[in-house]
Design a protein around this ligand. Structure first.
Ligand code: ATP
Length: 350
């Protein structure tokens, strides 16, 4: 399938509903063929942003949406050439799989032979050939999701807009479909905006991720940027950098409740901030002999999670710390432990 992706530019797009500002003026540039993920907690304005791009909402006065060089700010959805998939899929229950996928082509009065060929191509692409003539209610959740995607692609959109398309599925299926979605988006090369509150989905699918909270952009970056270099606390907490050390700097070492961390040259950048708080991820620390360890504490809880065990450790920092250990290690509550943090795992935040 050949699609002609466009770059998208949002300039100063804000949104107010009945006097309440839900989206602060937002600037965003999405590259042609890029998959951009909008990530954030419920109510942060992701869907509103997506709907402004779709043409289902108009930004407040002063905002502008461009597809390539075209100003589409006032253009209704049907004239923007966007394909959209919602969490609920919104499929037509009274139509077959083929009928759903071909719906837009029919409305558009596309030549019947062309339409048939396009639908066949999409049925094959989505591995729905065997189900072409089934009604929607005989399909599994994953199959319905693929029908919704095929329907969104049928009119060869310039932009694909996906709003939590995997949320309605159970966890196992979601994992499988996430990697399928990844393969599909890479092969289509269409400009895609993908809304989710799920960090793993955002990491796997996004060329770049926009982390939003309370109607604002907190950070825009590659999945690695967001994960390893969160710009602030909101982003850090949202992507699971949950351990906080509070303390003070003395002679190049960071002193906190449970001990002192001497920072070597490799992480001078962290030292130079002299930040009163440092953060790290549960997987960036390991247990060490309490005698010589940077930090010492006591195991307060042990959560066996299968491939890893998450330990809650008290006494090492003002808040409890979470440390992930792999393997078959068995630890008891009340054990005194040392903690060693990987130097590159320490993050100083504004
Ligand atoms: P979710 O994941 O729950 O959909 P979201 O990040 O997509 O969250 P939005 O749907 O963009 O958030 O909503 C942002 C805020 O705007 C919310 O507080 C919501 O209640 C409000 N809102 C959205 N649409 C409308 C509307 N049509 N009228 C009034 N308020 C609205």
């Amino acid at each position: 399938m050949k699609l002609a992706p466009v770059p998208i530019t949002l300039t100063q797009c804000a949104k107010t509903f009945r006097g309440t500002r839900v989206l602060e003026p937002l600037d965003l540039a999405i590259g042609a063929g890029e998959t951009l993920v909008l990530l954030g907690p419920s109510g942060c304005g992701k869907t509103t942003t997506l709907r402004i791009i779709a043409g289902l909402e108009t930004p407040d006065a002063g905002g502008q949406v461009r597809f390539g060089d075209d100003d589409v700010t006032r253009l209704p959805i049907e004239r923007r050439q966007v394909g959209m998939v919602f969490q609920s899929y919104a499929l037509f229950p009274n139509l077959t799989v083929r009928g759903n996928i071909g719906y837009g082509l029919k409305i558009n009065k596309t030549d019947a032979a062309v339409a048939r060929q396009r639908v066949d191509e999409l049925l094959a692409m989505m591995r729905l050939d065997a189900h072409a003539d089934k009604p929607i209610d005989q399909l599994s959740g994953g199959q319905r999701q693929r029908v919704a995607l095929a329907r969104a692609l049928a009119l060869q959109p310039r932009v694909l807009l996906l709003d939590e398309p995997l949320t309605a599925l159970d966890a196992r299926l979601r994992d499988t479909l996430r990697s399928e979605m990844n393969t599909l988006l890479r092969s289509l090369g269409v400009t895609t905006i993908y809304v989710t509150h799920d960090q793993a989905e955002a990491m796997e699918l996004g060329d770049r991720i926009v982390v939003m909270s309370a109607g604002r952009i907190e950070q825009i970056g590659t999945p690695r940027d967001i994960y390893f270099r969160p710009a602030n606390r909101t982003v850090a907490q949202f992507v699971g950098t949950i351990n906080r050390l509070a303390g003070q700097w003395r002679n190049g070492a960071f002193e906190t409740t449970g001990g002192s961390i001497v920072l070597d040259q490799g992480i001078r950048a962290v030292r130079e901030t002299q930040a009163p708080e440092l953060f790290f991820r549960p997987e960036d620390a390991r247990l060490a002999d309490p005698a010589g360890a940077q930090l010492r504490g006591t195991i307060e809880a042990v959560s066996f999670l299968g491939e890893r065990t998450r330990l809650t450790i008290g006494g090492a920092a003002p808040d409890a710390l979470f440390i992930d250990v792999a393997g078959r290690i068995e630890l008891a509550r009340g054990t005194a432990v040392g903690i060693a943090i990987a130097p590159e795992g320490l993050i100083a935040l504004a």
